[in-house]
Design a protein around this ligand. Structure first.
Ligand SMILES: Cc1ncc(COP(=O)(O)O)c(C=O)c1O
Length: 496
């Protein structure tokens, strides 16, 4: 399609236009949602204009149906697909979490193998539970200095693909939470040459589709299905995401079936409209905006590196330390002779300086720069870090031993088998060498320390104890992982 023709198409916002028209008609409501476009008042009005209620409709006549789109939702999805180089796009209103569940269930049946890195998000493990697939986990390299989990090299992917010729699919994260990317095209081509489906988690990668200064996006690399959290880096409202499809290896029928299984019948019109608006914004403005954002991130790295107690890292650091490529909108700041840990920096920035950052870890914290980042805000952050440096910088601090796993945990049962296996609840210290029925993690980033079916090693217990001491919230079946749900080994393990 010619650029002029594409530009004309991308100027349109079919869902927003139909929505606006519906609102302008002042229809009388005898449908749901039950507040009937704001005919009640609640304390919600203390923080939002009443217009939010007025504009909150479900899927009335004229606004299409997300489960079987054939009107304005379909048109808006088609524009999204065109803007991202996909054959088809489906709007999601329960985040990339739902996209991941959909693509895993559409692609895999019980007992089929999928090759994937161990540092996947919890939703991927849930997708394994739902599909019944067999995971073949790969352990990514861990950057020793920052303790950040990197990507898997092409050679390691190739080896795993060669060793598992019966695998149905591979699953790639592009980029990781911390911005690392892999040789996506080469890995995708190799997996395709062996007939495997390539699934991609681009929860943190929506912006990659709209800049040629950033690592390659999934559709360009030829992946089959990808999910993008448009809400994370693309400017739409929280929870709104999109599934991108360009495959002959998974049928539309399977994708639709899984989509309909996971998706609510009451999608929020606000979320859908925000996707239509974000797509138009991204198409026309993101490239320029992202160039500015990359510069802003680079400047921030330089400024932070003048402050005692912090070492800021970007593309240069990661690509010289084993990462194939790096998303420069992520800035990782390592602590260097600071007498507090990264969790504490995260808390102090919020509680004392009103600055909310993305994540704190033991020896690093993470800043996410997006199309919404403002220069003035980077100044506030730098000033706050200068102040924190004055308060907590001390020479010759020796950091205690690190607590990260470097080898793959032992997998005893498929996640689905473990999930349905008979339950026994034990104290954490009694859980050593038992098979977990649950996931335990800190969030963010939501990468499980242990998953259903894995043996709970002493190292995992140590790590959980360590996180407890730091005061971060541990998400588990039992708050704070004081108790752990394990498989009752005395009961029969039924294979499903
Ligand atoms: C790597 C990764 N994948 C998937 C998700 C899920 O995305 P969402 O929050 O849009 O459901 C997240 C969320 O943090 C994530 O970090």
């Amino acid at each position: 399609m010619k650029k002029t023709e594409m530009d004309l198409l991308q100027k349109t916002t079919p869902y927003i236009d139909a929505y606006k028209e519906y609102l302008s008609e002042h229809n009388v409501a005898f449908d749901v949602p039950g507040h009937h476009q704001g005919n009640i008042r609640t304390d919600f009005d203390k923080i939002f204009p009443h217009a939010v209620y007025k504009n909150d409709i479900n899927c009335p006549r004229g606004l299409d149906n997300i489960l079987h789109p054939n009107g304005v939702i379909k048109e808006a999805e088609e524009l999204f697909a065109l803007a991202t180089g996909a054959r088809k796009a489906r709007f999601l209103i329960n985040g990339s979490t739902s996209g991941i569940l959909i693509m895993l269930m559409a692609t895999l049946k019980a007992h089929q193998k999928i090759i994937l890195p161990r540092n996947v998000h919890k939703s991927v493990i849930n997708g394994l539970v739902l599909s019944g697939a067999i995971p073949v986990f790969l352990m990514p390299e861990i950057d020793k200095q920052t303790e950040i989990v990197n990507q898997i090299s092409f050679d390691k992917w190739k080896e795993a693909i060669d060793e598992n010729p019966d695998a149905r699919a591979i699953f790639i994260i592009n980029p990781t939470y911390f911005g690392a990317t892999c040789d996506l095209k080469r890995i995708t081509d190799y997996a395709h040459s062996k007939g495997m489906v390539v699934l991609c988690d681009e929860a943190h990668g929506c912006h990659l589709y709209f800049s040629n200064k950033l690592p390659m996006c999934g559709m360009k690399a030829g992946v089959d299905i990808s999910t993008l959290s448009v809400h994370k880096t693309g400017g739409s409202l929280t929870q709104s995401s999109v599934l991108l499809i360009n495959t002959d290896l998974v049928s539309d029928y399977e994708i639709n079936k899984s989509f309909n299984l996971i998706t609510t019948t009451s999608p929020s019109s606000l979320l859908l409209a925000s996707l239509d608006g974000a797509r138009k914004y991204l198409y026309f403005h993101a490239s320029k905006k992202l160039n500015e954002v990359i510069k802003l991130a680079r400047n921030t790295i330089n400024e932070v590196n003048q402050i005692k107690g912090f070492k800021a890292h970007g593309k240069e650091y990661f690509t010289t330390n084993g990462t194939y490529d790096f998303d420069e909108t992520k800035v990782v700041i390592e602590l260097d002779n600071l007498s507090i840990n990264g969790f504490r920096v995260y808390q102090i920035l919020k509680d004392e300086y009103n600055i909310q950052i993305e994540l704190g870890e033991t020896y690093v914290f993470l800043l996410v720069f997006t199309i919404g980042t403002k220069y003035e805000d980077t100044i506030k952050l730098i000033d706050a870090l200068k102040d924190i440096s004055k308060r907590f910088y001390k020479e010759n601090i020796i950091y205690p031993d690190h607590h990260f796993l470097t080898s793959l945990p032992e997998m005893i049962a498929r996640p689905r088998v473990a999930f349905h296996a008979p339950l026994k609840v034990v104290d954490l210290e009694e859980a050593e060498n038992k098979v977990s029925k649950e996931m335990i993690m800190i969030y963010p980033p939501g990468i499980p320390l242990v998953i259903p079916g894995e043996k709970i090693s002493s190292r995992v217990i140590e790590q959980i104890e360590y996180y407890k001491e730091t005061g971060v919230s541990l998400f588990s079946d039992f708050d704070g992982a004081n108790k752990v749900s394990i498989i009752d080994e005395d009961a029969y393990l039924e294979d499903e």
